[in-house]
Design a protein around this ligand. Structure first.
Ligand code: NAD
Length: 441
């Protein structure tokens, strides 16, 4: 099929490259000419394992342009994959509306049937109540007759995005009529994964429910971890091992792997990223508009916002004052495998430490360029490698679960001193190094 993808950020570019890999002809569109130039050079603006290779391998079936008109006109199906940030506590559909209007005005001139699919995460009702009427208005045509409308939310995880897209666990296909569903089924025919065929409104809700459930398990684990710390003599890691032994929670996949849920039901320094925090806020605002108080999700946000302070408190325990103390913050990306620092807990942790007079050094294997931008105004010494970040540190704070940090105890010992190790992810064996502090210990 000929596909245009509007918006070539993390989701749009992986979608475009993944569809090209499966044999479709894809045109990626963005308003940001610099991004398009980078894609044409085969070097995307962000780090995502396997993506450059995918772009290179499919260069004959994938092009990138700022010319939305041509891309839509020459394709059979358009994905809307633009950002949906939160502004003033609720979802900002500005980019979705703009992209929709532009697509609609191309449909006015296009003689053949076209399907418009919303891939961006949008609150329930958006496809039917915002996108569909805007398309009809801009095209002067009728949805369900002259063109189709659908919702196909994306579940990829940054850092594992290529694999997630190429081998999805489920494909949620939200449509209003048979032709739209048939077109989406044809597009995804070369892909595996369970099909969830439903309405756009339910598809939109599935996406939010999935993200909010993950966020809830994280905040739940963090609240229990904080209580373990406060009570003393209880290690949340042991507690969670005991909890996971339940037949209700521990699905044994059979190949020795542990269920992914374990990673969420595990205490740490909080969730970040471009999705969970904003999706929670958007659903809370959506609930309030519908007269629902959304008490649980508001508490999930509140627990998460307090979590960076828990990490700083662990450092504070070991020094009479933090003024002049040297702390190495290890891991700046919101999760391993990506350079994305959007809403990363590392940002409030670094800023709190700075506010208390700490001299901060920091290291991340992938997010160095991003960190330079984020901390442009802050006095953070960004280091090229792990050893130099901790070489003069009085304390090292592990924030992101990069595999490389497994050797942190050895790297700290190699300094010839014994700086404090604060494990914000409970990633290391607590007996492997002294002095050790961990969330929920
Ligand atoms: N990042 C993730 O892990 C992830 C996972 C699942 C779903 N999502 C959802 O997918 C959507 C996109 O997220 P993202 O992280 O890829 O965003 P992003 O900010 O990385 O990319 C969005 C892109 O859209 C472009 N854009 C904006 N308006 C445009 C227009 N009118 N025409 C063409 N391009 C336009 C921007 O320039 C930008 O490059 C969001 O709704 C997000 O919630 C993201």
């Amino acid at each position: 099929m000929r596909v245009s993808v509007i918006g070539t950020g993390y989701v749009g570019l992986v979608t475009g490259a993944g569809l090209a890999e499966k044999g479709h002809y894809v045109t990626c569109v963005d308003t940001d000419a610099a991004k398009i130039a980078q894609i044409r050079r085969g070097a995307p603006a962000f780090y995502e394992p396997g993506l450059e290779e995918l772009l290179r391998r499919n260069s004959t079936r994938l092009e990138a342009t700022t010319d939305l008109r041509r891309a839509v006109f020459e394709s059979d199906l358009s994905f809307i994959a633009v950002g949906t940030p939160v502004a003033d506590g609720q979802i900002d559909l500005g980019a979705v509306r703009a992209a929709t209007r532009q697509i609609g005005s191309v449909l006015r001139e296009k003689p053949t049937y076209h399907l418009v699919v919303v891939k961006s995460t949008v609150v329930p009702g958006t496809t039917e109540q915002v996108v569909l009427p805007l398309l009809e208005e801009a095209s002067g045509k009728k949805a369900g007759v002259d063109f189709g409308v659908g919702t196909n939310p994306e579940f990829l995880t940054e850092g594992e995005a290529v694999q997630d897209f190429l081998c999805p666990d489920r494909l949620v296909l939200g449509t209003l009529d048979a032709s739209s569903l048939a077109a989406l089924e044809a597009l995804y025919a070369p892909f595996g994964g369970e099909r969830v065929r439903t309405t756009p409104r339910t598809a939109e809700m599935i996406k939010y429910t999935a993200n909010c459930l993950l966020a809830t398990t994280i905040s739940f684990s963090n609240e229990i971890g904080n209580l373990c710390s406060a009570l003393g003599g209880i290690d949340v890691a042991e507690v969670m091992r005991g909890v996971h032994a339940s037949k209700y929670l521990t699905v044994t996949p059979g190949d020795g792997r542990r269920p992914a849920l374990e990673a969420f039901l595990w205490a740490g320094c909080g969730f970040g990223g471009s999705c969970l925090p904003k999706d929670l806020q958007a659903l809370i605002a959506c609930g309030k508009r519908a007269g629902e108080p959304m008490a649980l999700l508001r508490a999930v946000v509140e627990v998460n916002e307090r979590q960076p302070e828990q990490v700083v408190a662990l450092v504070r325990r070991h020094f009479p004052s933090l003024v002049g103390v040297r702390v190495a913050v290890l891991g700046l990306a919101f999760r391993p495998g990506t350079s994305d620092m959007r809403e990363s807990p590392a940002i409030p942790i670094v800023r709190r430490l700075l506010a208390e007079g700490v001299r901060v050094s920091a290291y991340d294997p992938a997010a160095r360029d991003e960190a330079r931008r984020v901390f442009a105004e802050d006095r953070v010494h960004l280091c090229e490698d792990l050893a130099s970040a901790v070489s003069e540190a009085d304390a090292a704070v592990l924030v992101t679960r990069w595999e490389e940090f497994r050797r942190l105890p050895d790297v700290l010992r190699a300094t010839g001193r014994t700086p404090l190790l604060v494990d914000g992810r409970r990633m290391l064996e607590k007996t492997a190094y002294d002095p050790y502090e961990g969330i929920g210990l």
